[in-house]
Design a protein around this ligand. Structure first.
Ligand code: DC
Length: 223
């Protein structure tokens, strides 16, 4: 097997479809940088809410977006986005952000603001000697890295996904976020042509990871 110098793995799927759990494990197994782009949208949302910039006020929104400075710090194998030097707080997983994030994420200017930053994680990964990156989100395989080495799309029954969130002790607007994320005009949540679709409803996390790892191992051996 030939090991390419750097691989990109894209994992997309709806809310609570298992993206974070699978991508963290794959990052460890293959020594990849783990990039959770949902946390970036959540951090921007929390910051705009803090600044009292509503998603309905486009001029104020553009103005605020233009003033934000994005940098990256590592937490283990995960990339953390800093806004004006500060990491996200726990509030990015709260119900207030859950309820607002899809509205902000539907605005093209917000997506455009994050586009180059997300692609720039390749340089972050290379600078820290990772063998590649695994990036999770909604539009990674369709928009951010359409030429990624592997593009996975995770599906799971909504009832099962709600159970997973409840087991984590968290409240989430799963169905509403999926509805908004799938129906927006810019970069909607959808499986793109050539992506590997995986339905995890009746599979354990270990089974899903094993299937993904076996596919990745056709190009890169685990560490
Ligand atoms: O992955 P998550 O559930 O934490 O993502 C939070 C929200 O961020 C999600 O409902 C929509 C938005 N998002 C997006 O629009 N595009 C991405 N690549 C990642 C997340």
């Amino acid at each position: 097997m030939s090991n390419p110098s750097f691989i990109i793995v894209a994992i997309d799927g709806g809310a609570a479809s298992g993206k974070s759990s699978t991508s963290r494990i794959l990052a460890d197994q293959f020594n990849l940088l783990h990039v959770d782009t949902g946390s970036f949208y959540r951090h921007i949302t929390a910051e705009l809410l803090r600044r009292q910039v509503p998603y309905t006020d486009l001029p104020a929104l553009k103005n605020a977006l233009g003033s934000l400075r994005f940098t990256t710090q590592l937490a283990g194998r995960s990339a953390q986005m800093l806004i004006d030097g500060l990491p996200a707080g726990d509030e990015i997983r709260d119900q207030r952000v859950n309820e607002h994030v899809s509205h902000y994420a539907a605005i093209p200017e917000v997506r455009q603001t994050l586009l180059a930053y997300q692609r720039g994680q390749v340089e972050v990964a290379q600078a820290h000697q990772f063998r590649g990156l695994v990036m999770e989100g909604r539009d990674i395989g369709s928009v951010i890295f359409p030429a990624a080495d592997f593009r996975f799309f995770l599906h799971a029954d909504p009832v099962e996904r709600a159970k997973r969130r409840a087991a984590e002790g968290r409240q989430d607007s799963i169905a509403e976020r999926d509805r908004l994320d799938s129906s927006r005009k810019t970069s909607p949540l959808k499986s793109s042509a050539g992506a590997i679709d995986i339905d995890s409803t009746h599979q354990s996390l270990e089974q899903v990871v094993a299937a993904m790892a076996a596919t990745i191992a056709t190009k890169l051996s685990p560490v």
